[in-house]
Design a binder for this molecule. Structure first.
Ligand code: NAP
Length: 321
């Protein structure tokens, strides 16, 4: 099956940039090209918006395409056509994806061409809004925990910036794995972070919050810390025990000290991880809050909301409807 007839316009209206560093606005791009081997065409239902999209906009994250282009690196939607040698997906399948490197346009578009290998099935009881905003923060959280920190039972984890979308998911996935989590969060996020599974929540507005973590760990410090607060990695380091581990997702790693291993984590696509993560989202087992949804025509406002970081995931809704 090809593209439904009523969806075929001469040009495709997307939200993106004319040049790196330029403002986000409506763009017209050619309709999706013919699919190549192992590619899938997705009718995008929802597409997530994060401050990482501003990094793409600035030209500081190479996602494999150059402008003019639709922005967006995560989406949920319905398979509308499959290329040759696609065996795992059929027209009508509901999927989510972090499709980087982009093979055509970004996800802020009614149609997306993605590599079939980068899709995961959308669980039926996960809403389109949550599914579209889930791939990047979820994969980041999983990769911090399972590939960088590799916690073992009984270890204590600090999540600095647990009020953020990604930090909240680090707390939630760690809690599901039975790890004891200490977290920093402001008053507005405190209850959500506790629901995500944090045993101890310390207000990051206290300049001495790292000292409170030391106090809560009998002066020893946590075995491992994940930093999801912009500019917060050095403070998180102060709360880690000698010889512990620190993973940061905010590109501000300090110099190592006291034998603490410090790693910067940059999200990458992994369909198997995304499938397992989205199964945890199904059935309400995972705390993951939406902050705001916008129509595709207001992608600029959606990005401004995400960059402002007021908590909760941001999503473009009803993109191809
Ligand atoms: N490396 C990667 O692959 C990767 C992937 C995803 C995200 N990131 C980065 O990770 C960071 C978080 O992204 P996000 O979208 O999840 O964030 P977000 O949801 O926009 O986070 C905003 C929240 O962080 C909390 N916060 C703000 N300043 C803080 C501070 N100084 N200390 C502790 N918490 C603070 C606030 O909550 P409360 O004050 O209410 O607690 C705020 O509501 C961003 O820098 C983003 O670019 C990197």
């Amino acid at each position: 099956m090809g593209i439904p007839r009523q969806k075929v316009d001469e040009r495709l209206r997307v939200a993106g940039i004319e040049e790196f560093g330029g403002a986000v606005g409506a763009l017209e791009v050619p309709n999706p090209r013919t699919l190549r081997e192992r590619e899938v065409l997705i009718a995008v239902k929802t597409a997530g918006v994060g401050n990482w999209d501003d990094i793409v906009r600035a030209g500081d994250w190479d996602v494999g395409r150059t402008p003019p282009m639709a922005l967006g690196v995560e989406a949920a939607g319905v398979v509308a056509a499959v290329g040759a040698e696609v065996e795992d997906w059929s027209v009508g399948d509901e999927v989510l994806t972090h499709p980087v490197p982009l093979v055509d346009q970004g996800t802020w578009a009614p149609w997306l061409i993605a590599e079939a290998a980068l899709l995961a099935p959308k669980p039926a009881d996960v809403s389109w809004e949550r599914a579209g905003a889930f791939p990047v923060p979820a994969l980041t959280a999983i990769q911090v925990l399972d590939e960088s920190l590799r916690l073992t039972p009984g270890e204590q984890l600090l999540v600095n910036g647990a009020g953020s979308v990604t930090g909240g998911l680090i707390v939630a996935f760690a809690s599901l794995r039975g790890i004891h989590v200490l977290a920093t969060a402001g008053a507005a996020s405190r209850e959500r972070v506790i629901r995500a599974g944090a045993g101890t929540v310390i207000d990051h507005h206290d300049p001495d919050w790292a000292a409170q973590v030391l106090e809560a760990t009998a002066g020893r410090g946590v075995d491992a810390a994940a930093n999801a607060a912009r500019g917060g990695t050095a403070s998180a380091l102060a709360a880690v025990r000698d010889g512990g581990r620190l993973a940061t997702i905010t590109s501000d790693p300090p110099d190592a000290e006291r034998g603490v291993r410090i790693a910067s984590v940059y999200v990458r696509p992994d369909a198997a991880q995304l499938e397992v993560a989205s199964q945890a989202l199904a059935g309400g087992r995972l705390e993951f809050e939406l902050g705001a949804s916008f129509p595709l025509s207001q992608a600029d406002a959606a990005l401004a909301r995400a960059v402002a970081g007021r908590g909760g995931a941001v999503v473009l809704d009803a993109v191809s409807d």
